[in-house]
Write a protein that binds this ligand. Structure first.
Ligand SMILES: Nc1ncnc2c1ncn2[C@@H]1O[C@H](COP(=O)(O)OP(=O)(O)OP(=O)(O)O)[C@@H](O)[C@H]1O
Ligand SMILES: [Mg+2]
Length: 397
């Protein structure tokens, strides 16, 4: 086996930055008529669980990336940093635990799934920002793209309270000992994982501590005197309902104005819309299929109803919208209650009366079989005074 030839073929075939798994490396070796690469060679390339990179292969690294759980070593370049007087115990995440999400068999490729796959496969560091209304699959597609490329994903749900300690790490008291626990950003950096900063527009300016991380650089954990360098493959995706410029129509209470310099560090912004009708039909059909149900008419009516509502919303005719999430909830309720109108009603009850009536009226137009009587029946779920029937008795009890 010639290591250099494997590395050269890897570069030509996949690019230098791309992260490969063991089977892909074996394929390269096979193409070259070599035996499988040995453990020693693979060990040099290993950056995570079944993840290998040639980005640093053969390079004489004067400042090696901090390894998982490394105790602080004084970096030569930073002579002024004083070595810590006491050793800090660092709580490690077990390396054998995989953070690669499982594929959801119900997922239908939508939104910017394809582009995310391309980014993750490239192995390049390109922080991306996905903006779009609620419940359209932004978070979902990041998970699915990570699952599809077998990349580790660490999700952080940002709130206005999120601060440096939550993101980078903090001391905790365990069994009478003070130990350092790395935050999710550090864990993702060191594992070369995808960091998902979910709902980032809820953040306060305390997330400005992420500036060096967004630039792809190292970050110095001043509390424990440790310099953390991102491992190859580390990347960041943020999602938000707004573009980080605040929200004044009251739909997204808590959405904050993000610092312009912070936003400027995301080279890519995806502006997402709800999946088109034909994709949502597939999503809905998949749920029905899981329950052994085929009802093309219901699927057509439901997706048409959703489409009209979204168009009216876009034209400013109404203030509420039916999201993909709500559409899925309606179908799930239908599977429970076996009644279409009931399922729709339960799902839109949270809207004000005018909106509810408008949505229900529209449903009767889309589905002529939905009679006003049925609708009225469904909205009257007061107890009728009779006792509940006992559940069926077990045949042999
Ligand atoms: N393409 C899809 N295929 C199957 N299910 C989907 C798809 N897109 C979204 N969903 C489902 O819809 C729901 C909403 O998706 P998700 O949470 O990703 O939305 P979101 O855009 O991140 O919303 P929010 O802005 O409120 O966080 C989830 O339950 C998800 O599983
Ligand atoms: Mg989300």
């Amino acid at each position: 086996m010639n290591r250099e030839q494997i590395v050269e073929t890897w570069k030509t075939k996949h690019g230098e930055q791309t992260i490969l798994d063991r089977s892909q490396i074996n394929e390269i070796a096979e193409d070259l008529d070599f035996t499988e690469p040995n453990q020693n060679f693979l060990g040099k390339l290993r950056i995570g669980r079944n993840q290998f990179s040639i980005a640093n292969y053969g390079k004489n690294m004067t400042a090696p990336a901090a390894k998982w759980g490394d105790k602080f070593r004084k970096p030569k370049a930073l002579k002024d940093i004083k070595e810590v007087q006491h050793e800090t115990t660092i709580k490690k995440v077990d390396e054998s635990i995989s953070f690669v999400p499982e594929k959801d068999p119900n997922y239908i490729k939508a939104g910017y799934y394809k582009e995310l796959i391309q980014i993750f496969k490239s192995g390049m560091f390109v922080p991306s920002f996905i903006t779009g209304l609620s419940g359209m699959g932004k978070t979902k597609e990041v998970f699915e793209a990570a699952a599809g490329t077998k990349r580790e994903l660490i999700r952080v749900n940002i709130t206005i309270e999120t601060d440096e300690d939550d993101l980078l790490g903090h001391y905790v008291l365990k069994d009478g000992e003070t130990i350092w626990e790395d935050g999710p950003v550090i864990v993702a950096m060191e594992r070369g994982a995808i960091l998902l900063l979910d709902e980032i527009d809820l953040a306060s300016n305390k997330i400005m501590c992420l500036q060096p991380v967004l630039e792809g650089g190292s970050i110095f954990l001043k509390k424990i005197n440790r310099l953390v360098k991102p491992s190859p493959g580390f990347n960041i995706v943020a999602t938000a309902n707004t573009k980080g410029k605040g929200n004044d129509d009251g739909r997204f209470i808590g959405a904050n104005i993000l610092n312009e310099a912070f936003l400027d560090r995301f080279p890519i912004t995806f502006e997402q819309d709800y999946p088109p009708t034909h994709v949502e039909k597939k999503i809905v059909n998949k749920i029905l299929e899981n329950h052994g149900v085929t009802d093309n008419e219901f699927v057509d009516h439901l997706c048409q109803w959703t489409d009209v509502i979204r168009r009216t919303f876009a034209d400013g005719g109404i203030d509420e919208i039916i999201s993909t999430r709500r559409l899925i909830n309606i179908v799930t309720s239908y599977m429970i209650f076996q009644n279409k109108e009931k399922a729709i009603e339960f799902s839109i009850n949270r809207f004000d009366d005018d909106t509810k009536t408008g949505f229900m009226d529209l449903w009767t137009k889309v589905d002529p079989s939905a009679t006003p009587d049925e609708l009225e029946d469904n909205s009257m779920h007061v107890q009728d005074g009779t006792t509940n029937p006992e559940p069926d008795e077990e045949p042999n009890s």
